[in-house]
Design a protein around this ligand. Structure first.
Ligand code: SAM
Length: 206
């Protein structure tokens, strides 16, 4: 969505708060209902990659056991406070989506929302997510992607000619195209907002 400068892990608490407020405004406008759609499909041991300020936390079913990672310690701290405020248990770790510190097949569900747009290599990060997912488990992704609407797509190309350089943010990716080749099958999905937002539920093949 809106990337931290070069996905830099060092931001201040005030910046984390501003970031949280901005994400809330964006989602009301462009992807309402997406967090429920994604988190409602998670079950069992759940890893959320790039958990940010924990905006997904209120949307998970009560029964899931949550682990979250993010590159950014201030955002993790924000997520920790949010979890405590809403009485949600979660284990949080500073970690890179490109090198997850978990053994193979550790989780029943892996969630990643609005972050594959800013990892250096989305296909590689999907491979990591699938590595730590148990066979048959759910990979749940939501992100802004290359739009189906041609006008919006042209705007995205212009925008990312700046944002990739300045903040590592991509606007014309579509992470779901990497799923098949990496052994995951899409079982549900849709696109919103001129096709510029995609949410996907895939299962790791057994
Ligand atoms: C736009 S925010 C989205 C946060 C959260 N997933 C959400 O849906 O609100 C992108 C997040 O990705 C994190 N991030 C970016 N690159 C990362 C990486 N390589 N590994 C882990 N987290 C990363 C950032 O620190 C930030 O928290």
């Amino acid at each position: 969505m809106v990337a931290m400068a070069n996905a830099s892990p060092r931001i201040t608490a005030a910046q984390a708060a501003r970031f949280d407020a901005m994400m809330l405004r964006l989602e009301h406008r462009f992807f309402a209902g997406t967090r429920n759609w994604i988190c409602g499909r998670a079950s069992g041991d759940v890893l959320e990659i790039a958990v940010g300020t924990g905006l997904n936390l209120p949307h998970y079913p009560d029964a899931v056991r949550l682990t979250g990672v993010d590159l950014n310690p201030e955002l993790l701290e924000f997520a920790r406070r949010r979890a405590s405020m809403i009485g949600r248990e979660i284990e949080l770790f500073e970690a890179d989506a490109m090198a997850l510190p978990f053994p193979d097949e550790s989780f029943d569900s892996v969630v990643c929302t609005f972050a594959l747009c800013e990892v250096p290599d989305d296909a590689f990060a999907i491979g990591e997510a699938l590595r730590v997912l148990r066979p048959g488990g759910s990979l749940l992704l939501a992100d802004h992607v290359v739009a189906t609407n041609l006008l919006v797509r042209a705007g995205q190309r212009v925008l990312e000619s700046v944002t990739i350089r300045v903040s590592g943010e991509h606007f014309t990716r579509r992470p779901s195209v990497h799923l098949d080749a990496q052994g995951a099958k899409v079982v549900a999905g849709d696109r919103l907002t001129y096709g510029a937002v995609e949410r996907v539920h895939a299962r790791k093949l057994i």
